[in-house]
Design a protein. Structure first.
Lengths: 246, 387, 154
C-alpha cells in the first residue's frame, strides 16, 4: 500500500499530539505519592518453606503465639518432626506444637527432618466454602481470614480444613487461625514467624510483586504443596518436601 | 505422651469439635423424616392398614422437629448470632441452605398438613371448650370456622398435594444432613456420595421404629386395643427399610475394604479399636442384625399376637439404639482419627457441661414431653375416645 | 356459581398463606435492618472485618526498627554468621520498646536455654547447620562466656 508524504505528516502529527497530551495528563495526575496506601488488588500473598533449612527451634511457634496472643494448647502454626525408616512409614511428633523446640531425636540412622505447618491460605479454600454465614473468607489479596464478630462458632470450617490449621478460640468462642499476620503484611512488615526464623526456612511471598524472589524460587526449585489431590489451591510451597509428609 | 492420643495427631485435631449434641441432631431430624414417610404411606401410597398411626406419625414428626434446633443452638459458640444463617446465608454452604430446608419443611409441609387434617377437630374443640383452651383453639383455627363437606373435601385434596410435596421434602431434610457430612473432602470417613442415602434410609428406619413404639405405648396408656394388622404392616415396612439401609452400609464397608486406599488402614484400625463397642457390637450386631432377624422371622412365620408384640417392641428399641449408634460412629468416628492417618484421639463425654450427657438426655426426653402435649392438644383419635 | 362456591369452600386456605407471607415480610424487614450495608462488597463477608484485622496491635517491631537505634549491634551482626537472625528472634517481642524505649526496657535473653534451642545437636537438624552436644562442648559454661552473640564465630 502506498503511503503518501502527506499521509505521513498527518499521522505523525496526530501521534505527536496524542503523546504530548498523554504526558501532560500524567504530569497532572502525578506519579505515585511518596507513601502509598495499601492496595489489596496489588498483592497475592503466600509463603515458601525450605525444609532443609528448618532446625526445629520453634522460634516461629513462639513468635506467632506472642504476636497473635494464641491461647495455650492451640496453634496457628506448629512444627512437626518426621523420623522416616526405610519402609517410608514416618514416626511423627510435635510436642506442644514445638513451642519449646524438640527433645532429642530418639531414632538414629533414619531420615529425619522438620516440617513447619501453618494455614496454607488456599485460593479455593474448602473452609470458606462451607462457612454458613460468611464469617471466614479469602481477602482480595489472598489471605484466608475470620471475622471474629460474625463467626457463630459452628466449627464446620474446622471439619472442612484438610490441614488441621483451625481451632475454636476458648475465650472468644469463635474460630481462629493463622492470618498470615495480615495486620503486619499490610503495613510492609513480614509475618512474625518469618521475622523470627533464624535460618530463613520460612519466607513470606507476594506473587503479584514482580520483584519478589518467589518467581525465581519456583522456577528453579522442586516444590510441593500439602495434599495436592485436595485441589485447595494452597499457596504455601514446600521445597524439598519428602513424600512421607502428611 | 499426650493423654488419650495414640500416634500423631495434628495439634489442633486432638480435641473433638463436634460432640454428643451433634450426634443427637441427625438422630432427631432422622426420626422426623422417618415418621413423616410412614404417615405418607397411608396418605399417598394408600397403605390403608397403617391409617391408625397417620396422625400419630405427624405429631411425632412435629415434636421431634421442634426440638431439632436445640442441640445445634447449645453447640454454637455464639447461638445469639444464629440468625445470621438466615440473614446472610452462604449459598455454597450445605449448612446454611439446610436452614431454609428446615423452615420449608416445618411450615409448608408439616404444620400445614397437620392443620389441614385436624381443622375440623380444631373448629369443633374451639366451639366446645371454654376458658384458656378455647382461646388456644380459636387461634389455631386461624379465624376460619368453615367445615362444610365441600371445604373438607378441598382440605383433603390440598393435604394430599402437601403430602406428595412432603415426601421429597422429607428426603431433602435428612438427605441434606447426610450431605453436610458427605461433602467434606477433608474427611475420608465422611466423604462419600452414599452418605446422604445412608442417612436417609437409616432415618426412615429409626422414624418408623419410633412411631411403632409410640403407637404401642400410646395404646397401652390410653387402654385402647392395638390394631395388629396396622402393627404387622408397620413391622413389614420397618423390615424392608432396614434391609435396604443395612445393604447400603455394608456396601460402603465392602467398597472401602476392597479398594483399601490410604485412609483404609487408619480407619480399619479405628473401627476395631476405638469403635469396637459402638460399631461392631452396638450398631451392627445388637442394633441391626438382631432386629432384622426378629422382623424377618415375622415375615417368614406366624407367631401369636402376644409374641409378635414382644418381638416388635424389642426390635423397635434395638433399632432406635442401633441407629443412634450409627450416628455416633459417623460423627464421633470421623473425628477420632488424624487426617494425617498417623494417629487417634479419644472423645471424653462430659456429664454436666453444656454439651454433656445430662443435656443430651434432656434433649432426648423433651420431644416425648412435647409429644404428650401435642397428643393432648390434638387427639389423634377423637372419635374413638368419645366412645 | 361454581367459582364463588370454590372461593367460599377454599377461603380458609388464604389464612395460612397470609401467615406465611406475613412471616416472610417480617423476615425481610429484619434483614434490611440488621445486615451490614456493605456486606458482599468484596465477597460474601463483612468488608469492615478487613480493617478490623488490619488494625490489630503488633508485638514484634521488626529488625528494621531495631537497627534505626542499635546501629552498632547491627554492624557487628552483619559481619558474622548471625547476619540473618532477626534481633527479636533472640530478644523477644519489642514493639513496645521501639515505640517508647525508656518506658519499656527489655530483659536480656536467658542464654542458658536460648542458644541450645537452635544449636543443640540433633539427628533431625540439617547436618550442615552448626550444632554441638552442649554438655561436652562447654561443660556447663554459659555460651556467651566465649561467644559474642551478635558475631559468634571464634
Amino acid at each position: 500500500m502506498e503511503i503518501s508524504r502527506r499521509d505521513l505528516f498527518t499521522i505523525g502529527g496526530k501521534l505527536l499530539v496524542l503523546a504530548s497530551a498523554g504526558a501532560t495528563i500524567e504530569q497532572i495526575t502525578g506519579a505515585a505519592p511518596a507513601t502509598e496506601a495499601y492496595q489489596m488488588a496489588d498483592h497475592w500473598w503466600g509463603m515458601i518453606v525450605d525444609i532443609d533449612k528448618c532446625i526445629g527451634c520453634g522460634n516461629c511457634v513462639r513468635a506467632c503465639s506472642n504476636e497473635n496472643h494464641v491461647p495455650g494448647g492451640y496453634f496457628r502454626t506448629w512444627v512437626e518432626r518426621y523420623q522416616v525408616g526405610e519402609d517410608q512409614q514416618p514416626r511423627v511428633d510435635s510436642p506442644n506444637g514445638a513451642i519449646d523446640g524438640f527433645p532429642p531425636s530418639t531414632r538414629t540412622g533414619v531420615k529425619s527432618f522438620f516440617v513447619p505447618k501453618l494455614c496454607n491460605q488456599c485460593a479455593h479454600s474448602p473452609c470458606v466454602q462451607v462457612c454458613p454465614v460468611g464469617a471466614t473468607f479469602v481477602s482480595p489479596d489472598g489471605v484466608v481470614l475470620v471475622d471474629e464478630t460474625y463467626c457463630l462458632g459452628c466449627r464446620y470450617c474446622v471439619q472442612a480444613c484438610p490441614y488441621g490449621c483451625r481451632y475454636l478460640h476458648p475465650d472468644t468462642r469463635t474460630v481462629d487461625k493463622c492470618t498470615l499476620c495480615y495486620h503486619r503484611i499490610t503495613q510492609g512488615l513480614t509475618t512474625a514467624c518469618c521475622e523470627n526464623c533464624p535460618t530463613g526456612a520460612r519466607q513470606l511471598v507476594d506473587f503479584k510483586n514482580p520483584k519478589d524472589p518467589v518467581h525465581e524460587f519456583l522456577r528453579h526449585n522442586k516444590v510441593q504443596i500439602l495434599k495436592p489431590y485436595m485441589a485447595t489451591g494452597a499457596k504455601v510451597y514446600y521445597k524439598d518436601l519428602d513424600g512421607s509428609v502428611r | 505422651m499426650i493423654p488419650g492420643v495414640d500416634g500423631f495427631m495434628y495439634p489442633n485435631e486432638i480435641e473433638l469439635q463436634w460432640g454428643l449434641l451433634i450426634v443427637l441432631y441427625p438422630y432427631i431430624t432422622g426420626l422426623v423424616a422417618g415418621a413423616f414417610i410412614l404417615a405418607s404411606l397411608e396418605r399417598v401410597f394408600k397403605v390403608e392398614a397403617v391409617r391408625p398411626t397417620y396422625r400419630l406419625a405427624l405429631l411425632t414428626a412435629l415434636a421431634f422437629l421442634l426440638v431439632a434446633p436445640l442441640p445445634l443452638q447449645l453447640h454454637l459458640g455464639h447461638p445469639e448470632r444464629s440468625l445470621e444463617m438466615y440473614l446472610t446465608p452462604h449459598t455454597s454452604s450445605a449448612m446454611a441452605m439446610f436452614g431454609f430446608v428446615y423452615l420449608w419443611y416445618l411450615t409448608v409441609v408439616l404444620l400445614l398438613e397437620i392443620w389441614l387434617d385436624y381443622r375440623a377437630d380444631i373448629v369443633r374443640m374451639a366451639q366446645s371448650t371454654t376458658g384458656f383452651m378455647r382461646l388456644v383453639y380459636k387461634a389455631l383455627t386461624l379465624g376460619s370456622e368453615n367445615v362444610s363437606p365441600a371445604a373438607r373435601r378441598i382440605d383433603d385434596k390440598v393435604g394430599y398435594t402437601v403430602t406428595v410435596i412432603g415426601i421429597p421434602s422429607a428426603f431433602l431434610l435428612h438427605g441434606y444432613v447426610g450431605f453436610i457430612f458427605g461433602s467434606i473432602k477433608a474427611n475420608p470417613w465422611w466423604s462419600t456420595p452414599l452418605m446422604p442415602i445412608v442417612f436417609l434410609f437409616s432415618a426412615m428406619t429409626s422414624g418408623i421404629a419410633a412411631v411403632l413404639l409410640l403407637y404401642m405405648g400410646t395404646m397401652k396408656v390410653k387402654k385402647m386395643a392395638i390394631d395388629m394388622r396396622c402393627l404387622d404392616t408397620i413391622g413389614k415396612y420397618l423390615f424392608y427399610t432396614f434391609l435396604i439401609d443395612f445393604t447400603l452400609e455394608m456396601l460402603d464397608l465392602v467398597h472401602r475394604t476392597y479398594e483399601a486406599d490410604e485412609s483404609f488402614r487408619s480407619l480399619d484400625f479405628m473401627v476395631h479399636t476405638r469403635l469396637m463397642f459402638s460399631q461392631i457390637i452396638l450398631q451392627i450386631l445388637l442394633g441391626t442384625l438382631v432386629p432384622l432377624a426378629l422382623l424377618a422371622a415375622n415375615q417368614l412365620w406366624k407367631f401369636s399376637e402376644a409374641k409378635r408384640r414382644i418381638m416388635y417392641v424389642t426390635a423397635g428399641l434395638l433399632t432406635m439404639v442401633g441407629i443412634f449408634a450409627m450416628r455416633w460412629n459417623v460423627v464421633i468416628g470421623g473425628q477420632l482419627f488424624s487426617k494425617s492417618f498417623l494417629g487417634y484421639t479419644t472423645y471424653k463425654v462430659s456429664f454436666a457441661a453444656r454439651e454433656g450427657l445430662f443435656t443430651a438426655v434432656g434433649l432426648m426426653i423433651l420431644p416425648f414431653v412435647l409429644f404428650v402435649v401435642l397428643v393432648k392438644l390434638l387427639p389423634p383419635w377423637p372419635e374413638r375416645e368419645a366412645l | 356459581m361454581g367459582l364463588r362456591r370454590i372461593f367460599t369452600d377454599s377461603g380458609h386456605l388464604v389464612r395460612p398463606a397470609v401467615v406465611l407471607l406475613a412471616g416472610i415480610g417480617i423476615f425481610l424487614i429484619v434483614r434490611a435492618l440488621i445486615v451490614p450495608k456493605a456486606f458482599g462488597q468484596y465477597g460474601h463477608y463483612r468488608p469492615a472485618a478487613l480493617a478490623e484485622i488490619h488494625q490489630r496491635p503488633m508485638a514484634y517491631a521488626g529488625q528494621d526498627q531495631c537497627v534505626l537505634c542499635h546501629d552498632d549491634e547491627a554492624q557487628t551482626r552483619g559481619a558474622g554468621k548471625h547476619a540473618h537472625v532477626a534481633c527479636e528472634a533472640c530478644h523477644g517481642p519489642l514493639a513496645q520498646h521501639a515505640s517508647d524505649p525508656a518506658a519499656n526496657v527489655p530483659k536480656l535473653p536467658d542464654v542458658a536455654n536460648l542458644c541450645r534451642r537452635c544449636h543443640e545437636k540433633d539427628a533431625a537438624k540439617p547436618p550442615s547447620f552448626p550444632q554441638v552436644v552442649t554438655a561436652e562442648h562447654s561443660g556447663g559454661m554459659l555460651c556467651n562466656s566465649c561467644h559474642q552473640p551478635h558475631n559468634p564465630h571464634l
